[in-house]
Design a protein around this ligand. Structure first.
Ligand SMILES: Nc1ncnc2c1ncn2[C@@H]1O[C@H](COP(=O)(O)OP(=O)(O)OP(=O)(O)O)[C@@H](O)[C@H]1O
Ligand SMILES: [Mg+2]
Length: 269
């Protein structure tokens, strides 16, 4: 069975696509067969890596055609890394998912039944509440949420991302399903007192009182560093660009390794 990870936040610009692109490539480099799914109407993840073999269809066909097979929708990036690109620029899937009775639940079944030859499936989502984000969470074993330690992002995570999870937990319970564990990861952490204060504020929250879904804030943090921007502009995963650094927070390779271990994706590298 594949392990499905959705990268989610109700806030935009917190690093979801950066994390999806880099974590996917890191896992592929560890020898795991990995599928990225771009479930954002803005197709940033679809444009992140170079695609070597493009499939005829993408996300819209995945959701809406009951006969869909991997051959129809999976584009190749590298031998261990594939992607289903977002081709929903007109935002038609949102309406489809709202109007189709099983619109939020179909993806889970589809991934389990027809895409289970992947070790990992990573779904990048839009930075706003919506039916595709909900479908992605319902399909996932693990939910990973980048949190920037600033006023807006910390408050968005503590209040809105958590209440969205609570709403989904209620629907999933009625359907006899469980929502996976949510792991928050502090991203774009700066060496300033402001950044540390908001990081401490998020760490101090007792999520077991606020959320019906298990929430864990991982120990490893991702600092604001130029390597993550360089990775995007050179279309090269950050762990390949930076295996060591003098930064106290660790190199991109160390961060990806520690994060993957901490959320139980890999054991030893
Ligand atoms: N740790 C980091 N250090 C420096 N820059 C970062 C870091 N993480 C992400 N960025 C940069 O921040 C910007 C936003 O990141 P990204 O596009 O991944 O966010 P997003 O959550 O996917 O946004 P959206 O909600 O618009 O989809 C990008 O320019 C990215 O290169
Ligand atoms: Mg994005």
């Amino acid at each position: 069975m594949s392990k499905v990870i959705s990268i989610v936040s109700t806030k935009g610009g917190v690093g979801k696509t950066t994390l999806s692109a880099n974590l996917g490539a890191f896992l592929a480099d560890q020898g795991y067969k990995t599928l990225l799914i771009d479930a954002d109407v803005q197709p940033s993840l679809s444009q992140w890596h170079l695609i070597t073999n493009k499939a005829e269809h993408g996300l819209r066909y995945l959701f809406t055609d009951p006969t869909v097979t991997p051959e129809d929708v999976v584009s190749a990036i590298e031998p261990n890394l594939d992607i289903i690109i977002s081709d929903d620029q007109r935002d038609e899937l949102r309406k489809w998912a709202q109007e189709t009775p099983d619109g939020r639940f179909r993806l889970r079944r589809l991934l389990q039944d027809r895409f289970n030859h992947y070790d990992f499936i990573i779904i990048d989502t839009q930075g706003a509440v919506g039916p595709l984000q909900e479908a992605s969470i319902i399909a996932s074993d693990i939910i990973l949420s980048p949190v920037v330690p600033d006023k807006l992002s910390a408050s968005e995570f503590i209040h809105n991302t958590i209440s969205m999870l609570n709403r989904l937990h209620e629907s999933a319970t009625w359907m006899g399903m469980e929502i996976g564990t949510m792991h928050g990861v502090l991203n774009m952490v700066e060496n300033t007192s402001d950044s540390s204060a908001y990081a401490d504020q998020v760490r101090a929250v007792d999520f077991s009182h606020l959320c019906h879904v298990p929430v864990n804030l991982v120990d490893v943090t991702i600092s604001r560093a130029v390597v993550w921007k360089d990775a995007a502009s050179s279309r090269t995963p950050a762990h390949r660009l930076e295996s060591s650094t003098r930064r106290k927070s660790g190199s991109a390779l160390e961060i990806m390794t520690r994060l993957s271990k901490e959320i139980g994706l890999i054991e030893e590298v």
